[in-house]
Design a protein around this ligand. Sequence first.
Ligand code: SAM
Length: 210
Amino acid sequence: MSAILNPPYVPIPGIFLLLFEVMIEFNKSEWANAEFSQEYIENSDIYIVERRRLLEILRSFYNHFINKKPNIRILDLGCGDGIITHELLKVNNSISATLIDGSEDMLNKARKRLTGFNHTHFIKASFQEIIDKNLVQGNFDFIVSSLAIHHITMDEKEALFRSIYSHLDTDGYFLNIDVVLAPTEALERWYLLLWKEWIDERKTLLKNRR
Ligand SMILES: C[S@@+](CC[C@H](N)C(=O)[O-])C[C@H]1O[C@@H](n2cnc3c(N)ncnc32)[C@H](O)[C@@H]1O
């Protein structure tokens, strides 16, 4: 997963600088490809180490810090098929949820997944559009994002975090579940290897179960 992070470890300094400044438009990213996003949905339990545990932590955080408030409004950034919002709606089905993603395919999957929940609102927008066009309206008690923000550059992250902060209620929270770069290149290479080993192991395990 770290291979698709911002590229500060590209070895040639000139290339590093060049890449670092280039913003990847959502439409030119792999996520704009319906097959790529479908592949992610089908295999996310394999690709994401400890997915179940992460969802448990999300629910616990929500219950501890947010669920006591009345009329809760949440915003899910890079929602994918809506798994994060769904976990929270299972805890409290009166939540009013706004889900944003750059991919219409993903949003359709989220709409399908959340059929039956009445207070859901879907917006097709890239993070870059959120930053540039001020598309998000109102304030939220909880802004959450899972495995999505690492797709944008450092400058974009800074602008996005500013925007997120401006849309948080006074005692609101922002939770970002995401991958981070290791402190050294050697560690980063090992993390990637470890992750590949995990994927291979899980795939073999699942194959043997069939
Ligand atoms: C790895 S998936 C995560 C989906 C979901 N949050 C989850 O935890 O399963 C990344 C999601 O971010 C979206 N995404 C990636 N880059 C984006 C961007 N620049 N703007 C908006 N959405 C983006 C993709 O379309 C995809 O749905």
